[in-house]
Design a protein around this ligand. Sequence first.
Ligand code: ADP
Ligand code: MG
Ligand code: MG
Ligand code: MG
Length: 418
Amino acid sequence: SGPSPYRILRETDLREYLAGLPAIVAQLGGAPADWSISEVGDGNLNLVFIVKGKSGGVAVKQALPYVRLVGESWPLPLSRAHYEHMALVHQARLAPDLVPAVLHHDGPLALTAMQLLEPHIIMRKGLIGAVSYPRFVDDISTFMARTLFFSSDLARGAAERKEGIAAFASNHALCKITEDLIFTDPYRIAEQNRWTAPYLDDTAAAFRDDLDLHVAISRLKLKFMASPEALIHGDLHTGSIMVTDSETRVIDPEFAFYGPMGFDIGAVIGNLLMAYLASAGHERTPGERAAFEAWLLDVVEGVWTEFARKFLALWRSEASGDGYPASLFTGEAGAARLEAERQAYMARLFQATVGFAAAKTIRRILGLAHNIDFEWIADEKQRAICEARALKLARSLMLEAPSFTTIATVTYAARELR
Ligand code: ADP
Ligand code: MG
Ligand code: MG
Ligand code: MG
């Protein structure tokens, strides 16, 4: 069948559409009339349907020509589905068991059918319930090390890299959302900002008046805009990760583009730190979540240390890119100097990671899009206490980044605030 013009597929249209796709029909089994279809999208932007047949299921994601959370008054290009599909293919090649497999993509319909993740749940919800995930550190560090390393100048030739940058350059509307909502609005009066009022009114005003902070967030914004280090996921929070005891899958890479690696690593770490500082708001008896909270900080440390270990191992064994030409680092002295430079590179990446983790935290408390880690704390005063701790941590991570030299200094600061 030829390309179909864009239309929003509701249940009846979707059933008919999927019934015309042999691979999907085979995956689902049974008669199309008997498939169950339910819309489960809980994200801010798109429609997601779960379709189940006699023998299997699929998840179907369709982009809307506007932001789902806001409505038609905020248009957003359908092309984000194209970038999401390209990123999923890249990730599936490099980390095949850590993303849902793509079963079908329709560009004009801005629609992707993918492997149904079941019984996986959104990690953020598991963390609110104090569930720990023993596979998470190993899986997310593998995902980040491989997807980031293999799209960088350490692994790819200059021409291929520039083609890759160009292939994602037009995803700029999604980048602009990040540039506005993460790197700008929380620090100024913006109609869409909100926070837990009145408790955080003074803190929000202080963030709007703090020029040191405005310099720091602007440096991070420039780094986000002007550092095509690797093909990043671009929205790697704990709501973009689905988990079971034994599996981790990263979803929703529609914000993907060539950007700074620290933005992905910082997203993971910032969201884990928020889960940690929100935890007090979810306990019914003091200390009941202590073991879980200790695990969370171990995970923060593990995410960085395992990422760094795996990334460095790839650099030592699989460097075939045009960065750091081997011909400039020959002999024993050259090898030693290159190894020292690898360590210096990781130290710079860690600084960026800390800054981005802080930026991701501040936007969730003072900006438009909040997270349920805090929102599900029903007692607003208690919520504000947790959020104020997270803001305090984020502010010091952002302003005193150079004094956070190791991930242990970050978890120490978080523990002191809890
Ligand atoms: P959005 O871009 O709108 O945030 P997501 O890709 O995050 O959309 O998907 C929204 C929700 O749909 C997820 O939180 C998850 O509950 C569900 N979902 C998405 N992909 C799958 C999948 N492959 N299997 C099962 N559920 C999924
Ligand atoms: Mg999402
Ligand atoms: Mg985000
Ligand atoms: Mg999304």
